[in-house]
Design a protein around this ligand. Structure first.
Ligand code: DP6
Length: 399
């Protein structure tokens, strides 16, 4: 009935961040529930530079569930999407039964419309599934009026998504229960804890990654004994050391652990049979450059980490950003007429000494880096209050 308030959709829009692991998650002990073989730790990146925005609408008048991702309609029957929808509805019923007042339960039977966009190109090779599932779960929870622990649901969309449910420095505690109830994310320190810490995302190429994380880690679990050793004997100690380094804002320790953990993750990829290669020649050049830069100063000033793709993520302290960016520009001369080379937080100019160039002494690789996104640690998911920002109209279709 037109104008009937019962038919007016319930619409909520939220945003969620990307996170970058400094102790990597690689390998599941349960594929269905997405339970990892080791704990992991990440830094949530600032949403001013990198975020997913999701609108969810529910209405009695919608005939079917539908989803649009970055402007394209996608398959709503995707099993991980269905897991998140099912788990949020289950939690809503449970909270209601436990006596927590929430929205009218009738909305649980309504069909949902989901529309999601990233403010960064998929080509940036960043884990968009982490921000995407975190945003979906957070937004659904707002629509159904449930609060509290949601990382266990986001985890069932994509493992790394559970860490995007919090800002700052976040650990995903692997847990040991078979039902996964204790496999949850937890904030170690908020985003305000270490304001000097800076992040540079070096976008190396627009190539698609050859092997996706889900299937890659499956083969690693089946074939790599190095991965088993890593999960059982290396990560537990490293998690404790990393948490302490973060708490003390001890950059050299944080940086060294970050680089060693990235290298060990890529070593387990090489130990996978058949082997998986995520790094390319630009990645290798960045690794050499970072070690030579740190070597020049006899101080660990910069760290790199790589996920399941060739793009480097650099951690450093604010005071070193201008010079290090000049070093990158010198050894990876950018294509001049194209897009802006530095995006995000502004970077001041700095001079580059001949001596530093000489100690680094690498052959420049023109256009090896397409552009740099300069960012820092940031907050977890947020509700967008302004209704003009909704991605769906009241008809439940993308605007
Ligand atoms: C290399 O979370 O994408 O980025 O759980 O199968 O969805 P699924 O995998 P995903 O794996 C991320 C792997 C990584 C390391 C990390 O983020 O910890």
């Amino acid at each position: 009935m037109p104008g009937d308030s019962m038919d007016k959709p319930n619409i909520v829009t939220c945003t969620a961040p990307v996170n970058i692991a400094v102790i990597k998650y690689w390998g599941k002990r349960n594929e269905e529930l997405i339970l990892p073989i080791n704990s992991s730790l990440s830094v949530t990146l600032h949403q001013d530079q990198l975020k997913t925005t999701t609108t969810v609408a529910t209405s009695r008048s919608f005939q079917e569930d539908r989803i649009w991702l970055n402007g394209k309609e996608e398959d709503i029957t995707h099993p991980r999407l269905q897991s998140c929808l099912r788990e949020i509805r289950r939690l809503t019923r449970k909270r209601r039964n436990d006596g927590v007042p929430c929205l009218d339960l009738s909305c649980l039977s309504h069909k949902v419309r989901i529309c999601s966009v990233n403010n960064f190109p998929t080509a940036a090779g960043l884990a968009s599934s982490a921000a995407g599932f975190a945003c979906l779960v957070y937004t659904l929870a707002q629509v159904f009026g449930v609060e509290g622990e949601l990382s266990g649901i986001a985890r069932q969309g994509s493992g790394s998504a559970c860490r995007s449910m919090y800002g700052g420095f976040v650990q995903w505690i692997m847990g040991n229960q078979d039902d996964g109830k204790d496999s949850l994310a937890q904030q170690v320190e908020p985003e305000t804890h270490w304001p000097e810490l800076r992040v540079l995302v070096l976008v190396a190429s627009a190539e698609r990654k050859p092997v996706g994380s889900t299937s890659g880690m499956q083969t690693s679990v089946e074939t790599s004994c190095l991965l088993k050793h890593r999960a059982e004997s290396v990560v537990p100690g490293r998690m404790a050391e990393m948490i302490e380094a973060v708490q003390k804002k001890d950059f050299p320790t944080f940086a060294e652990l970050t680089m060693k953990d990235s290298n060990q993750f890529h070593a387990t990829c090489l130990d996978t049979y058949p082997p998986i290669f995520y790094l390319n020649s630009v990645s290798h050049q960045i690794i050499s450059l970072v070690h030579r830069y740190n070597g020049h100063y006899r101080d660990t000033r910069v760290a790199y980490t790589f996920d399941a793709g060739p793009n480097a993520v650099i951690f450093t302290l604010q005071q070193h950003v201008p010079e290090f960016v000049q070093v990158l520009k010198h050894f990876f001369p950018p294509e001049t007429k194209r897009e802006q080379f530095i995006k995000g937080l502004p970077v001041n100019h700095a001079a580059l000494s001949e001596e530093l160039k000489q100690t680094i002494g690498l052959e420049p690789m023109p256009k090896g880096i397409r552009y740099i996104i300069s960012t820092k640690a940031g907050p977890g998911p947020c509700v967008v209050e302004d209704p003009t920002q909704h991605l769906l109209g009241s008809d439940g279709l993308p605007k």
